[in-house]
Design a protein around this ligand. Structure first.
Ligand code: XMP
Length: 473
């Protein structure tokens, strides 16, 4: 049977952020967590359930336009009054917004980006920020005063604490059963593997499906880090042939994705069968995925449905363990560091599930894979050498399906064009192309045409997202 993880996190002192249609709710929750107080974003409807928990020390209403006049908000506030929980009403707007009953402004400073700070009765406060002031020192100070002076929180939410708590939870849930994890080599699944292994040791088996679509050196790195360094039980399935055969002659990007997703499930399923009586599946689902796909997110806009390794739990009927269900990506990174994973793993650029297959325009062949893999390795190596790797969200090479004329010595050539892409992004939803230094672009281009056979031209992608996507397919 499919059982999802519990929705509340009862063990930690929590300050709840109630999303009232503001796009800043998540940022507020992050600000709270950066002050080492645990925070969750909930809808007004879910507040009651949360307030029943004694671990809730305070509530921050994150108000969107007109929230003060919204009738559904008043019942949330009544609840709050009856439970005598301290509250901070935060609206982020350039124009003055009205407040609901029970809150009042008592002063304003029109010449500062924080338009009005107010003190209310019964530990209820309201503040209006200009949007950019929310993350400023004064914005953070206001949130901190609320957390520590009003709610009397302690700074308990640290990576070490999160690990300890998570280990306890996992041990309690899993008992003596077995768990399985699909290791991709990405940050989330690597950190999950090490964390869950710490909790239940060899009751966890990781399955690493080698699709043949990984970046250069990635397979070796995953094996040496997770298996050799951390001693995690790991099954390495060499499925390269299977994937190549299935992808033979397929050019359409969505078909490639479906084929890879299905084949992945088939391989993974076979391995699970071999292991027998596995009860749990570990997934690296992040809090941002939960907020995005949950109705609980109230009126925050749904931006994208996330694409994990398609539908595993439904197929396998395993119970889910999602140790990062309450965590943001940067918190997972911090936990990974605390667990001893290297920066090479932690700071690694994101990589799509279907791998290099969606970085080859046209059919996936051995030759195409070799070109794009080598070109990609050069891009990454040079960007690292220039000290820019950690400032960039993603950088990579794409093998286009265009061939152009070149000249080598006296010979005319007619070979492939490789495109280089590098983007800045916060979360992959939007992205801006990186203004790489020209000298660096020159080195990358020279090396690719000289070192990668079959490439005679390199171009740089100067489009942002939107209208382009980050990947070419
Ligand atoms: P796009 O190309 O949609 O990419 O702008 C946004 C982010 O998602 C990654 N991406 C994928 N990840 N499976 C994944 O797991 C996919 O099919 C997939 N397509 C894109 C992409 O690398 C970028 O970080």
């Amino acid at each position: 049977m499919y059982v999802s993880a519990p929705e509340t996190n009862p063990r930690v002192e929590t300050v709840v952020v109630v999303d009232l249609g503001s796009e800043h709710s998540r940022l507020i929750a992050r600000n709270v967590r950066e002050s080492r107080v645990y925070s969750e974003v909930v809808s007004p409807g879910a507040l009651l359930k949360r307030l029943r928990s004694s671990s809730v020390k305070g509530v921050i209403f994150s108000a969107g336009p007109g929230a003060g006049e919204d009738r559904s908000v008043s019942s949330a506030i009544e609840l709050l009054v009856s439970s005598n929980t301290p509250a901070l009403w935060v609206s982020c707007s350039d124009s003055t917004e009205s407040l609901p009953d029970g809150f009042r402004f008592i002063g304003s400073a029109l010449d500062t980006p924080i338009g009005a700070v107010a003190d209310g009765q019964d530990r209820r406060f309201a503040v209006q920020f200009q949007p950019e002031a929310l993350s400023s020192d004064s914005g953070v100070d206001i949130i901190r005063s609320f957390l520590f002076s009003v709610c009397k929180c302690s700074e308990s939410w640290t990576p070490a604490f999160a690990i300890e708590q998570s280990i306890k939870d996992i041990r309690e849930r899993v008992g003596s059963s077995k768990a399985l994890l699909a290791l991709s080599g990405g940050v989330d699944s690597s950190v999950a593997a090490v964390l869950v292994h710490r909790a239940i040791g060899d009751q966890l088996t990781c399955v690493f499906v080698d699709t043949g679509l990984q970046r250069k050196g990635e397979v070796e790195q995953v094996l040496s880090t997770i298996r050799d360094t951390f001693g995690v039980r790991l099954v390495h399935v060499d499925a390269q042939e299977r994937f190549l055969r299935r992808l033979d002659g397929v050019s359409d990007p969505e078909k490639k994705r479906v084929i890879i997703g299905n084949e992945f499930i088939r391989v993974f399923d076979e391995e699970a069968e071999k292991l027998g009586d596995v009860e749990y599946l570990v997934q690296g689902t992040l809090y941002s995925d939960v907020i995005e796909s949950s109705k609980d997110a109230g009126s925050a806009p749904k931006v994208k449905s996330h694409h994990n390794v398609g539908g595993l739990p439904d197929v396998m009927r395993l119970k889910l363990i999602e140790p990062f269900r309450y965590l943001f990506k940067d918190e997972v990174r911090r936990i990974g560091r605390e667990l001893g994973l290297s920066d090479a793993v932690i700071n690694r650029h994101p990589f799509p599930g279907p791998g290099l297959a969606v970085r080859i325009i046209g059919p996936v062949t051995r030759e195409a894979l070799s070109i794009v893999r080598e070109a990609d390795a050069i891009v990454i190596e040079e960007i690292k050498r220039a000290g820019l790797y950690d400032d960039i969200w993603q950088a990579f090479a794409v093998l286009t399906n265009t061939r152009t004329v070149g000249v080598v010595g006296d010979e005319r050539t007619y070979s492939s064009v490789v495109a280089v892409r590098a983007v800045h992004s916060e979360d992959g939803m939007t992205a801006d192309w990186v203004r790489l230094p020209h000298d660096l672009m020159e080195v990358i281009s020279d090396r690719i045409v000289n070192e990668v056979p079959g490439v005679s031209r390199v171009v740089y992608d100067i489009t942002s997202k939107p209208p382009s996507t980050i990947e070419w397919e």
